[in-house]
Design a protein around this ligand. Sequence first.
Ligand code: AMP
Ligand code: AMP
Length: 350
Amino acid sequence: MAKSYPIPQASNNPKDFVIATMGSHSALQILKGARDEGMRNLVICKKGKERPYKSYGVADEIILVDEWTDWNEALEEELMKRNAIIIPHGSFIAYLGHERVQKMRTMYYGTKEILEWESDRRLEREWLEKSQLMLPRVFEKPEDIDKPVIVKFHGAGGGFGYFVVKSPEQFYEVKRKKYPEEEDFVIQEYILGVPLYIHYFYSPITKELEIMSLDKRYESNADSIGRIRAEDQLAANIYTSYTIVGNIPIVVRESLLPELFEMGDRVVEVSKTLCGKGLFGPFCLETIVTRKLQIVVFEISARIVAGTNPFIEGSPYTQLKYDVPMSTGRRIAREIKQAIAAGRLDEVLG
Ligand code: AMP
Ligand code: AMP
Protein backbone atom coordinates (compact mmCIF):
# COMPACT_ATOMS: atom_id res chain seq x y z
CA MET A 1 0.00 0.00 0.00
CA ALA A 2 1.36 3.38 -0.99
CA LYS A 3 1.93 5.86 1.78
CA SER A 4 0.53 9.13 0.55
CA TYR A 5 0.96 11.32 3.60
CA PRO A 6 4.01 13.51 3.80
CA ILE A 7 5.96 12.00 6.69
CA PRO A 8 7.47 15.07 8.37
CA GLN A 9 10.53 13.14 9.34
CA ALA A 10 12.67 16.21 9.16
CA SER A 11 11.69 16.76 12.75
CA ASN A 12 13.16 14.78 15.62
CA ASN A 13 11.11 16.78 18.08
CA PRO A 14 8.05 14.98 19.52
CA LYS A 15 6.46 18.37 20.19
CA ASP A 16 6.02 18.84 16.43
CA PHE A 17 3.51 15.97 16.44
CA VAL A 18 0.05 15.46 17.90
CA ILE A 19 -1.37 12.20 19.22
CA ALA A 20 -4.94 11.94 17.88
CA THR A 21 -7.77 9.51 18.50
CA MET A 22 -11.53 9.10 18.27
CA GLY A 23 -13.62 9.95 21.33
CA SER A 24 -14.80 6.59 22.75
CA HIS A 25 -13.38 3.22 23.90
CA SER A 26 -9.92 4.04 25.38
CA ALA A 27 -9.52 7.67 24.27
CA LEU A 28 -9.26 9.06 27.82
CA GLN A 29 -6.35 6.74 28.49
CA ILE A 30 -4.64 7.49 25.16
CA LEU A 31 -4.96 11.26 25.65
CA LYS A 32 -3.75 11.14 29.25
CA GLY A 33 -0.86 8.92 28.17
CA ALA A 34 0.22 11.43 25.51
CA ARG A 35 0.08 14.24 28.00
CA ASP A 36 2.07 12.29 30.59
CA GLU A 37 4.77 11.81 27.96
CA GLY A 38 4.79 15.55 27.22
CA MET A 39 3.15 15.24 23.80
CA ARG A 40 0.25 17.29 22.48
CA ASN A 41 -3.03 15.52 21.78
CA LEU A 42 -6.42 15.91 20.14
CA VAL A 43 -9.67 13.97 20.11
CA ILE A 44 -12.29 13.76 17.36
CA CYS A 45 -15.76 13.47 18.87
CA LYS A 46 -19.23 13.06 17.59
CA LYS A 47 -21.24 16.13 18.56
CA GLY A 48 -22.93 15.56 21.90
CA LYS A 49 -20.35 12.98 23.06
CA GLU A 50 -17.57 15.40 24.02
CA ARG A 51 -18.45 15.88 27.68
CA PRO A 52 -16.03 13.32 29.21
CA TYR A 53 -13.13 14.78 27.26
CA LYS A 54 -13.97 18.26 28.52
CA SER A 55 -14.82 17.23 32.05
CA TYR A 56 -11.61 15.25 32.65
CA GLY A 57 -9.55 17.93 30.97
CA VAL A 58 -7.27 15.49 29.16
CA ALA A 59 -7.57 16.87 25.62
CA ASP A 60 -5.58 19.79 24.18
CA GLU A 61 -8.04 20.07 21.32
CA ILE A 62 -11.49 18.64 20.58
CA ILE A 63 -12.63 18.42 16.95
CA LEU A 64 -16.37 17.83 16.57
CA VAL A 65 -18.07 16.00 13.70
CA ASP A 66 -21.81 15.52 13.12
CA GLU A 67 -21.48 11.94 11.91
CA TRP A 68 -18.61 9.50 11.46
CA THR A 69 -19.29 9.70 7.73
CA ASP A 70 -17.85 13.24 8.08
CA TRP A 71 -14.44 11.59 8.49
CA ASN A 72 -13.60 12.98 5.05
CA GLU A 73 -10.87 14.68 3.08
CA ALA A 74 -11.38 18.00 4.88
CA LEU A 75 -10.94 16.37 8.27
CA GLU A 76 -7.88 14.49 7.07
CA GLU A 77 -6.41 17.78 5.84
CA GLU A 78 -6.91 19.26 9.30
CA LEU A 79 -5.24 16.26 10.91
CA MET A 80 -2.32 16.26 8.48
CA LYS A 81 -1.79 20.00 9.00
CA ARG A 82 -1.23 19.28 12.68
CA ASN A 83 1.11 16.33 12.03
CA ALA A 84 -1.42 14.15 13.80
CA ILE A 85 -0.66 10.49 14.43
CA ILE A 86 -3.87 8.49 14.78
CA ILE A 87 -4.07 5.84 17.47
CA PRO A 88 -6.68 3.26 16.39
CA HIS A 89 -8.89 1.48 18.91
CA GLY A 90 -11.96 -0.80 18.85
CA SER A 91 -14.54 1.94 18.27
CA PHE A 92 -12.38 3.56 15.60
CA ILE A 93 -12.35 0.38 13.54
CA ALA A 94 -16.02 -0.39 14.34
CA TYR A 95 -17.29 3.03 13.21
CA LEU A 96 -15.05 3.67 10.22
CA GLY A 97 -14.60 0.12 8.91
CA HIS A 98 -11.42 -1.54 7.72
CA GLU A 99 -11.64 -0.25 4.17
CA ARG A 100 -11.84 3.41 5.14
CA VAL A 101 -9.01 2.94 7.58
CA GLN A 102 -6.86 1.38 4.85
CA LYS A 103 -7.38 4.44 2.66
CA MET A 104 -6.63 7.02 5.35
CA ARG A 105 -3.71 9.30 4.58
CA THR A 106 -3.13 10.67 8.07
CA MET A 107 -0.23 9.06 9.93
CA TYR A 108 -1.49 5.87 11.58
CA TYR A 109 0.14 4.09 14.51
CA GLY A 110 0.31 0.31 13.97
CA THR A 111 0.19 -2.07 11.01
CA LYS A 112 -2.76 -1.56 8.68
CA GLU A 113 -2.08 -4.80 6.81
CA ILE A 114 -2.63 -6.88 9.90
CA LEU A 115 -6.25 -5.61 10.06
CA GLU A 116 -7.06 -7.90 7.16
CA TRP A 117 -5.75 -10.91 9.09
CA GLU A 118 -7.60 -9.94 12.21
CA SER A 119 -10.95 -9.06 10.63
CA ASP A 120 -11.32 -12.18 8.49
CA ARG A 121 -12.14 -15.11 10.77
CA ARG A 122 -10.44 -17.66 8.50
CA LEU A 123 -7.24 -15.68 8.21
CA GLU A 124 -7.30 -14.96 11.94
CA ARG A 125 -7.58 -18.68 12.67
CA GLU A 126 -4.73 -19.48 10.31
CA TRP A 127 -2.53 -16.94 12.12
CA LEU A 128 -3.43 -18.29 15.58
CA GLU A 129 -3.02 -21.92 14.48
CA LYS A 130 0.41 -21.20 13.05
CA SER A 131 1.25 -19.62 16.38
CA GLN A 132 0.53 -23.00 17.99
CA LEU A 133 -2.21 -21.69 20.23
CA MET A 134 -5.07 -23.80 21.49
CA LEU A 135 -8.27 -22.76 19.68
CA PRO A 136 -11.95 -23.70 20.14
CA ARG A 137 -13.24 -26.24 17.65
CA VAL A 138 -15.20 -24.64 14.80
CA PHE A 139 -18.36 -26.32 13.50
CA GLU A 140 -18.67 -26.03 9.72
CA LYS A 141 -22.48 -26.33 9.68
CA PRO A 142 -25.28 -26.16 12.26
CA GLU A 143 -26.13 -29.85 11.68
CA ASP A 144 -22.78 -30.78 13.24
CA ILE A 145 -23.63 -29.24 16.63
CA ASP A 146 -23.39 -32.00 19.23
CA LYS A 147 -22.33 -30.04 22.31
CA PRO A 148 -22.70 -26.49 23.67
CA VAL A 149 -21.55 -23.93 21.10
CA ILE A 150 -21.39 -20.16 20.96
CA VAL A 151 -22.75 -18.61 17.77
CA LYS A 152 -21.31 -15.32 16.60
CA PHE A 153 -23.05 -13.40 13.85
CA HIS A 154 -20.84 -11.13 11.81
CA GLY A 155 -22.87 -8.02 12.60
CA ALA A 156 -22.70 -8.66 16.34
CA GLY A 157 -20.51 -6.02 17.96
CA GLY A 158 -19.12 -5.97 21.48
CA GLY A 159 -20.55 -9.40 22.28
CA PHE A 160 -24.14 -8.24 21.60
CA GLY A 161 -26.19 -10.93 19.92
CA TYR A 162 -23.91 -13.91 20.59
CA PHE A 163 -25.89 -16.91 21.77
CA VAL A 164 -25.24 -20.34 23.19
CA VAL A 165 -27.07 -23.45 21.95
CA LYS A 166 -26.43 -27.18 22.14
CA SER A 167 -28.28 -28.71 19.18
CA PRO A 168 -29.07 -27.95 15.52
CA GLU A 169 -32.77 -27.54 16.45
CA GLN A 170 -31.96 -24.92 19.07
CA PHE A 171 -29.67 -23.16 16.63
CA TYR A 172 -32.40 -22.83 13.99
CA GLU A 173 -34.97 -21.75 16.56
CA VAL A 174 -32.82 -18.85 17.82
CA LYS A 175 -31.65 -17.95 14.33
CA ARG A 176 -35.23 -17.76 13.06
CA LYS A 177 -36.20 -15.47 15.92
CA LYS A 178 -33.16 -13.23 16.04
CA TYR A 179 -31.34 -13.32 12.71
CA PRO A 180 -33.76 -14.56 10.02
CA GLU A 181 -31.83 -12.85 7.19
CA GLU A 182 -28.22 -13.29 8.33
CA GLU A 183 -26.04 -16.06 6.87
CA ASP A 184 -22.64 -14.85 8.01
CA PHE A 185 -21.86 -16.51 11.32
CA VAL A 186 -19.33 -18.71 13.05
CA ILE A 187 -20.15 -21.62 15.34
CA GLN A 188 -17.49 -22.23 17.99
CA GLU A 189 -17.27 -24.87 20.66
CA TYR A 190 -18.32 -23.27 23.96
CA ILE A 191 -15.30 -23.44 26.25
CA LEU A 192 -16.12 -23.80 29.91
CA GLY A 193 -13.72 -21.80 31.99
CA VAL A 194 -12.95 -18.26 33.03
CA PRO A 195 -12.26 -15.49 30.54
CA LEU A 196 -8.81 -13.95 30.59
CA TYR A 197 -7.82 -11.07 28.31
CA ILE A 198 -4.07 -10.64 28.07
CA HIS A 199 -2.83 -7.15 27.13
CA TYR A 200 0.53 -7.25 25.38
CA PHE A 201 2.81 -4.59 23.94
CA TYR A 202 5.52 -5.43 21.44
CA SER A 203 8.05 -2.75 20.53
CA PRO A 204 9.97 -2.96 17.25
CA ILE A 205 12.21 -0.27 18.73
CA THR A 206 13.29 -2.18 21.87
CA LYS A 207 12.41 -5.63 20.37
CA GLU A 208 10.77 -6.50 23.65
CA LEU A 209 7.39 -8.09 24.38
CA GLU A 210 5.72 -6.81 27.54
CA ILE A 211 2.62 -8.00 29.38
CA MET A 212 1.00 -4.75 30.44
CA SER A 213 -2.09 -6.00 32.27
CA LEU A 214 -5.01 -8.44 32.19
CA ASP A 215 -8.77 -8.07 32.50
CA LYS A 216 -12.03 -9.89 32.31
CA ARG A 217 -15.20 -8.37 30.97
CA TYR A 218 -18.40 -7.43 32.68
CA GLU A 219 -21.05 -8.72 30.31
CA SER A 220 -24.80 -8.50 30.26
CA ASN A 221 -26.52 -10.80 30.84
CA ALA A 222 -23.80 -13.49 31.10
CA ASP A 223 -22.74 -11.92 34.39
CA SER A 224 -26.26 -11.57 35.72
CA ILE A 225 -27.85 -14.96 35.10
CA GLY A 226 -26.10 -16.43 38.13
CA ARG A 227 -27.88 -13.92 40.30
CA ILE A 228 -31.21 -15.66 39.99
CA ARG A 229 -32.22 -19.20 40.99
CA ALA A 230 -31.80 -21.97 38.41
CA GLU A 231 -35.58 -22.47 38.44
CA ASP A 232 -36.14 -18.82 37.61
CA GLN A 233 -33.56 -18.96 34.85
CA LEU A 234 -35.47 -21.81 33.23
CA ALA A 235 -38.85 -20.17 33.78
CA ALA A 236 -37.69 -16.91 32.21
CA ASN A 237 -36.30 -18.74 29.15
CA ILE A 238 -33.26 -16.45 29.10
CA TYR A 239 -30.57 -16.74 26.45
CA THR A 240 -27.06 -15.88 27.55
CA SER A 241 -25.78 -12.74 25.87
CA TYR A 242 -22.40 -11.10 26.11
CA THR A 243 -22.93 -7.38 25.63
CA ILE A 244 -19.90 -5.59 26.99
CA VAL A 245 -20.62 -3.12 29.79
CA GLY A 246 -17.26 -2.70 31.50
CA ASN A 247 -13.93 -4.29 32.39
CA ILE A 248 -12.58 -5.80 35.58
CA PRO A 249 -8.84 -6.03 36.38
CA ILE A 250 -7.24 -9.43 36.90
CA VAL A 251 -3.95 -10.54 38.39
CA VAL A 252 -3.16 -13.97 37.06
CA ARG A 253 -1.74 -16.98 38.86
CA GLU A 254 1.98 -16.29 38.63
CA SER A 255 2.99 -19.71 37.34
CA LEU A 256 0.91 -19.05 34.21
CA LEU A 257 2.98 -16.02 33.25
CA PRO A 258 5.80 -17.84 31.41
CA GLU A 259 3.27 -19.47 29.09
CA LEU A 260 1.47 -16.17 28.48
CA PHE A 261 4.76 -14.54 27.44
CA GLU A 262 5.54 -17.43 25.07
CA MET A 263 2.09 -17.25 23.49
CA GLY A 264 2.62 -13.54 22.76
CA ASP A 265 6.11 -14.20 21.35
CA ARG A 266 4.76 -16.75 18.89
CA VAL A 267 1.93 -14.49 17.70
CA VAL A 268 4.43 -11.69 16.98
CA GLU A 269 6.91 -14.05 15.28
CA VAL A 270 4.27 -15.56 12.99
CA SER A 271 2.83 -12.11 12.14
CA LYS A 272 6.17 -11.17 10.59
CA THR A 273 5.67 -13.92 8.02
CA LEU A 274 2.15 -12.69 7.22
CA CYS A 275 2.74 -9.06 6.38
CA GLY A 276 5.51 -6.49 6.05
CA LYS A 277 6.26 -5.13 9.49
CA GLY A 278 4.18 -7.74 11.27
CA LEU A 279 2.25 -7.01 14.45
CA PHE A 280 3.58 -4.38 16.83
CA GLY A 281 2.32 -2.05 19.55
CA PRO A 282 -0.53 -3.12 21.81
CA PHE A 283 -2.51 -6.29 21.14
CA CYS A 284 -4.68 -8.66 23.12
CA LEU A 285 -5.24 -12.40 23.21
CA GLU A 286 -8.78 -13.16 24.31
CA THR A 287 -8.84 -16.49 26.08
CA ILE A 288 -10.81 -18.85 28.26
CA VAL A 289 -8.82 -20.77 30.88
CA THR A 290 -10.24 -24.20 31.68
CA ARG A 291 -10.10 -26.15 34.94
CA LYS A 292 -7.13 -28.06 33.49
CA LEU A 293 -5.40 -24.70 33.01
CA GLN A 294 -5.59 -24.97 29.24
CA ILE A 295 -5.55 -21.49 27.73
CA VAL A 296 -7.93 -21.48 24.77
CA VAL A 297 -7.70 -18.43 22.51
CA PHE A 298 -10.93 -17.38 20.84
CA GLU A 299 -9.83 -14.06 19.36
CA ILE A 300 -6.98 -11.62 18.83
CA SER A 301 -7.28 -7.82 18.82
CA ALA A 302 -4.38 -6.19 17.01
CA ARG A 303 -4.58 -2.85 18.84
CA ILE A 304 -5.30 -1.33 22.23
CA VAL A 305 -8.29 -2.97 23.95
CA ALA A 306 -10.59 -1.20 26.39
CA GLY A 307 -9.70 -3.79 29.02
CA THR A 308 -6.57 -1.71 29.61
CA ASN A 309 -8.73 1.19 30.92
CA PRO A 310 -8.67 0.15 34.59
CA PHE A 311 -4.91 0.70 34.46
CA ILE A 312 -4.61 4.40 33.66
CA GLU A 313 -2.37 4.61 36.72
CA GLY A 314 -0.51 1.46 35.67
CA SER A 315 -1.08 -2.21 36.54
CA PRO A 316 0.67 -4.41 39.10
CA TYR A 317 2.83 -5.60 36.19
CA THR A 318 3.80 -2.20 34.84
CA GLN A 319 4.53 -1.11 38.41
CA LEU A 320 7.20 -3.81 38.50
CA LYS A 321 8.84 -2.58 35.34
CA TYR A 322 8.43 1.21 35.27
CA ASP A 323 9.14 3.93 37.78
CA VAL A 324 6.17 6.00 36.56
CA PRO A 325 2.48 5.00 36.20
CA MET A 326 2.56 3.30 32.81
CA SER A 327 -0.76 2.65 31.08
CA THR A 328 -0.91 1.10 27.61
CA GLY A 329 -1.92 4.55 26.31
CA ARG A 330 1.17 6.07 27.83
CA ARG A 331 3.33 3.21 26.53
CA ILE A 332 2.11 4.00 23.00
CA ALA A 333 3.00 7.69 23.42
CA ARG A 334 6.42 6.77 24.80
CA GLU A 335 7.06 4.48 21.85
CA ILE A 336 6.11 7.18 19.36
CA LYS A 337 8.18 9.76 21.22
CA GLN A 338 11.25 7.53 21.23
CA ALA A 339 10.76 6.61 17.58
CA ILE A 340 10.53 10.30 16.59
CA ALA A 341 13.60 11.23 18.62
CA ALA A 342 15.56 8.37 17.03
CA GLY A 343 14.41 9.26 13.49
CA ARG A 344 12.60 5.91 13.31
CA LEU A 345 8.97 7.07 13.21
CA ASP A 346 8.37 5.20 9.96
CA GLU A 347 8.95 1.90 11.77
CA VAL A 348 5.86 2.37 13.95
CA LEU A 349 3.50 3.73 11.29
CA GLY A 350 1.28 1.55 9.10
P1 AMP B 1 -18.61 2.02 21.63
O1 AMP B 1 -17.79 3.16 21.10
O2 AMP B 1 -18.62 1.93 23.13
O3 AMP B 1 -19.99 1.98 21.04
O4 AMP B 1 -17.89 0.66 21.17
C1 AMP B 1 -17.65 0.30 19.84
C2 AMP B 1 -17.08 -1.12 19.85
O5 AMP B 1 -15.84 -1.13 20.58
C3 AMP B 1 -17.97 -2.13 20.56
O6 AMP B 1 -18.84 -2.78 19.68
C4 AMP B 1 -16.97 -3.09 21.17
O7 AMP B 1 -16.63 -4.07 20.23
C5 AMP B 1 -15.75 -2.28 21.45
N1 AMP B 1 -15.70 -1.85 22.86
C6 AMP B 1 -16.07 -0.64 23.36
N2 AMP B 1 -15.86 -0.59 24.69
C7 AMP B 1 -15.36 -1.78 25.06
C8 AMP B 1 -14.95 -2.34 26.29
N3 AMP B 1 -15.00 -1.63 27.45
N4 AMP B 1 -14.44 -3.60 26.28
C9 AMP B 1 -14.38 -4.28 25.15
N5 AMP B 1 -14.78 -3.84 23.95
C10 AMP B 1 -15.26 -2.60 23.89
P1 AMP C 1 -15.80 -11.30 22.04
O1 AMP C 1 -16.80 -10.24 21.65
O2 AMP C 1 -15.33 -12.12 20.91
O3 AMP C 1 -14.70 -10.73 22.87
O4 AMP C 1 -16.57 -12.30 23.00
C1 AMP C 1 -17.48 -11.88 23.98
C2 AMP C 1 -17.60 -12.93 25.09
O5 AMP C 1 -18.11 -14.15 24.59
C3 AMP C 1 -16.28 -13.27 25.75
O6 AMP C 1 -15.92 -12.39 26.77
C4 AMP C 1 -16.56 -14.64 26.33
O7 AMP C 1 -17.20 -14.53 27.59
C5 AMP C 1 -17.55 -15.22 25.35
N1 AMP C 1 -16.95 -16.18 24.41
C6 AMP C 1 -16.51 -15.93 23.16
N2 AMP C 1 -16.07 -17.06 22.56
C7 AMP C 1 -16.22 -18.06 23.45
C8 AMP C 1 -15.99 -19.48 23.43
N3 AMP C 1 -15.50 -20.09 22.34
N4 AMP C 1 -16.30 -20.18 24.54
C9 AMP C 1 -16.82 -19.57 25.62
N5 AMP C 1 -17.08 -18.26 25.70
C10 AMP C 1 -16.81 -17.50 24.64
